[in-house]
Design a protein around this ligand. Structure first.
Ligand SMILES: [Zn+2]
Ligand SMILES: [Zn+2]
Length: 395
């Protein structure tokens, strides 16, 4: 394992200011999923200026930069997601979001700035570089659409990528620490709607109606039993109903009700089993109440992030060499999801976490208006990315 030599470290130090400035610029101008036009334009400009081969509009607003080294080697991709969330930021700083109701509350501004800087540093040393580095700037991670659309557009095929890596910044981990988990490391996610159809009427005469509210309540309570009774005890799954909509008034039985929820697990088999059983279960309970239920899933959802064994061991080795064994802080499995999983379905690789927790101890949860990153974590991510790419390209 080669670590980044002292002159690489100097290079990272030298770029610290511009890395932070770039992240702050993306933070000030966040864009929602598949609307990342300004972001994509800046990425393309910077990659062009660094003399990479650039493709834009890939999978709608995605950008791919290809950097061919002058020595033979492997083709290795680095993936960064670039989209923001529909939230209003509460943090007050000169670089606070200028777009009303839109905010980088997941750290993708940092991912984008790290990936651009990584491409620029490697490009400046092209003569010494082995292999081909492919930088995948993926739109629309937050709606689980961007990875799929980029893969469909051939992002991994031209040139053909051998391995794919990437990082997610996390406020749950202190700066200087990383989480590199082999196997399942982030949960799958599927969003579902249950529409229950009954027959409306007066609240005083339920026997003359078909009540969808009572049916919905029983489906809701009962569906948790699928997790406890039908999933093996050594597997995990989480079912959450986040919305129930139905009715207008105290004394009117409505004609219909809708529940919306999410299903998460780490295992493709459990995921398929529960998706099927949820639909059967809702329909069966609905029938018991003389209603009809139809369960539909929104799109294809997102499989679990499953890191490949050899590539994960490799990233752990790199991180240990760069940061020391004490920096490895894997933590419990993450029930959140990320469509990096689709790239890892296509090619071997590893998706790891890099700490950006602020030091004052106040929680800054991702996807919350008070999210805020400790920017000292950015150069740590850059350094690891650089070392992962250099070592993987030259293997
Ligand atoms: Zn997110
Ligand atoms: Zn994210």
């Amino acid at each position: 394992m080669k670590t980044t030599t002292p002159d690489w470290k100097q290079e990272i130090d030298r770029r610290h200011g511009s890395l932070v400035a770039l992240r702050r610029d993306f933070h000030r101008h966040p864009e929602l999923s598949f609307e990342e036009r300004r972001t994509a334009e800046i990425i393309a400009e910077r990659l062009h200026a660094a003399k990479l081969q650039v493709r834009t509009g890939l999978g709608r607003t995605g950008v791919v930069g290809v950097l061919r080294g002058e020595r033979p080697g492997r083709t290795v991709a680095w993936r960064a997601d670039i989209d923001a969330l529909p939230l209003t930021e509460t943090f007050d700083a000169p670089f606070t979001s200028s777009a009303p109701g839109v905010m980088h509350a997941c750290g993708h501004d940092g991912h984008t700035a790290i990936a651009i800087t990584l491409a620029e540093i490697l490009s400046a040393r092209r003569a010494a570089l082995a292999g081909t580095a492919v930088f995948l700037f993926q739109p629309a991670e937050e709606v689980f659409g961007g990875a799929q659309s980029m893969i469909a557009a051939g992002a991994l095929d031209d040139p053909r990528v051998d391995e794919v890596y990437g990082l997610h910044l996390t406020t749950q981990t202190p700066v200087g620490q990383v989480g590199i988990v082999p196997g399942p490391s982030m949960a799958s996610a599927d969003f579902f709607d249950v529409e229950i159809a009954g027959r409306g009427g007066h609240g005083a005469y339920p026997h003359l109606s078909v009540d969808p509210i009572t049916a919905a309540a029983n489906i809701l309570l009962g569906m948790q039993n699928l997790v406890s009774r039908e999933v093996a005890a050594y597997e995990t799954a989480v079912l959450t109903v986040g919305q129930i909509v139905g009715g207008t008034k105290h004394n009117i039985i409505p004609a219909s009700a809708v529940m919306r929820g999410s299903l998460r697990t780490f295992n493709d088999g459990v995921r398929a089993q529960l998706k099927q059983r949820l639909a059967d279960y809702a329909a069966g309970i609905a029938r018991a109440y003389r209603t009809e239920a139809r369960l539909t899933f929104q799109g294809d959802g997102c499989p679990a992030v499953v890191n490949h064994a050899a590539e994960t061991a490799f990233v752990r080795e790199v991180a240990t060499a760069e940061l020391g064994a004490g920096a490895l802080n894997d933590g419990p499995p993450v029930m959140a999801s990320d469509d990096m999983s689709l790239f890892l379905h296509e090619r071997p690789g590893c998706y790891f976490r890099v700490g950006i927790a602020p030091t004052d101890g106040r929680p800054r949860p991702h996807h919350a208006p008070e999210f805020e990153m400790n920017e000292d974590g950015l150069p740590v991510g850059l350094r690891l990315g650089l070392s992962v790419m250099l070592n993987a390209l030259g293997r």
